[in-house]
Design a protein around this ligand. Sequence first.
Ligand code: PLP
Length: 393
Amino acid sequence: MSVYDSLGVRPIINASGPVTRLGGAAMPQTVLEAIQDAAREWVPIEQLQAAASKMISQVTGAEAGLVTSGAAASLTLGAAAIMAGYDLGRMGRLPNTESMPNEFVVARDQRSGYDHAVRAAGAKLVEVGFNEVVAGAGVRRAEAWEYEAAFNERTAGVLYVYTSTSQPALESVVEAAHRHDLPVLVDAAGELPPRANLMLPAMTKADLVAFSGGKAIRGPQSTGLLCGEKELIASAALQMLDMDDHWELWEPPVEFIDRRKLKGMPRHGIGRSMKVAKEEIVALVTALAIFASEDPTDQNEMHREHLQLIVEAVEGPTVRCDIVESLGDERVPLLEITLIATDALEVCRGLRKATPPIYVGHGKLSEGKLVINPMCLDRDAAETLARQLRKEL
Ligand SMILES: *Cc1c(COP(=O)(O)O)cnc(C)c1O
């Protein structure tokens, strides 16, 4: 009996991938062992974060890094760092930002529920641009000059949500912002793989970049990364760490937090409610090392076999199967199942009610498609899914 069964909660088959709603990624065995090891001893958290920062810096090319409680927390902390810097008064006042530049310029078509995390720090979002392509009104989306036209003395920085199709290009937005000495905070939470995107801070000169730790990196679901410019990372750390110490005794590693730049010891900051445990820091750093060094070709080959097994079970005159791969960018192959004779929403509902319940990707239901993400499927789960899906159809 699993620990979930003993609580009366039935484990599911997860064909949706490492989504938060279903519990995130499958952590590698090495990561699980690192969590156990980390739990047996104690270390000052700021020293552990400083060590994590070094490791993150090596992998991302950023000056510094911080393990956070998720990419959303990275966005709150990033916005707080940009608005407060090393100013103790400002740190103390957040999320009240009346007395400081608090506007973040963002392309209108990059807004989503996740930007709540930025607003939580007290930031005010100022929208620019139009997506005239989606509106059916034209051929253009947001453009870099529109950011510059929105900058004023209340502007704190820029928020940019990165995907491979985001417009305008991140580099052009960074250039525009830096011309006005404004920093750029990037949400790249789900943009790994490709592993090359780990280098976004170095490649694009963006000041701060947020990644999820519990998606493709396969760390704990409750972790994330914030990486970028050293002083901003230090400010973010100061606003998250437990600050209950004596100024006379407090000696954070100087390469991580330079206390000579502070007028005193900050109180618990806005990020205190987003703390990370030593086990989580160790786990994420371990997972990141594996993610950065492992060629995903073998993993993807195994995923493809599992998807193929489902294709063989369900493909037919009224069920079209397409394994979708974006070649060369390391992304996990996905299986799109187009239902011609059955209602995709009904099949999706039926699968959730099966024993065991099966959760498939539901992003394309409106196109009559189920999407199978193989990241959290082993062979047994793929076989059970194939059998149950056949039954539903
Ligand atoms: C997943 C995601 C987040 C949130 O990441 P967490 O690590 O779950 O906090 C934020 N922004 C985008 C675009 C995401 O895909």
